[in-house]
Design a protein around this ligand. Structure first.
Ligand code: CU
Length: 174
């Protein structure tokens, strides 16, 4: 007799406490989910991420490690080109040339390929260049600075045969 009563009241306590804890759980998540994600999406749409300190690596695989950057327009950009390769400037040299909007990067590369005397910077197309680094051999670095107006700009390496795999874009945004 006693055992049955104890068991029944124990079961009643279990049911009651289960009911209580369910109530607590159901109220908390609603508060979390309604506020947190909204703030994130607002931040990402109003201001695209910009970074005016660019480190670009080039290697013996004839590639840059990145091909797209977004910078803040009207503010100075610092760009460091690192040739992380081992080969010489004569065999696998790399540079970074930033072109003005409207210039044809592929045509520029074709003309530049025969400008060996000036490290593949064609003097006749100098007016299309915003900024450029030196031609670098393995383990060499160069740093340049420039400021861009709002727009999209092409960059390339003008060492013969490199344009196809070594080109990219910089977007300057307000
Ligand atoms: Cu190159």
């Amino acid at each position: 007799m006693m055992k049955k009563i104890v068991l029944m009241s124990f079961a009643a306590i279990l049911v009651m406490s289960c009911g209580d804890s369910k109530k607590e759980e159901s109220t908390q998540p609603e508060i979390d989910y309604s506020t947190a994600p909204k703030e994130d999406s607002e931040a990402s749409t109003s201001a695209p991420a910009t970074n005016n300190h660019i480190v670009l690596k080039a290697g013996d695989d004839m590639r840059y490690d990145k091909s797209e950057f977004t910078v803040k327009a009207g503010e100075e950009v610092t760009l460091i080109l690192m040739n992380a390769g081992e080969m010489s400037k004569e065999g696998m040299g790399h540079n970074f040339i930033l072109l003005k909007p409207g210039s044809d990067a592929s045509a520029f590369a074709n003309t530049a390929a025969s400008a060996k005397a000036t490290d593949y910077i064609p003097t006749e197309l100098q007016s299309e260049i915003i900024a450029h680094t030196k031609l670098l051999g393995g383990k060499e670095n160069d740093q340049i600075k420039f400021t861009l107006e709002e727009g999209t700009y092409d960059f390339l390496c003008s060492f013969p045969g490199h344009f196809a795999t070594m080109n990219g874009k910089i977007k300057a945004v307000k």
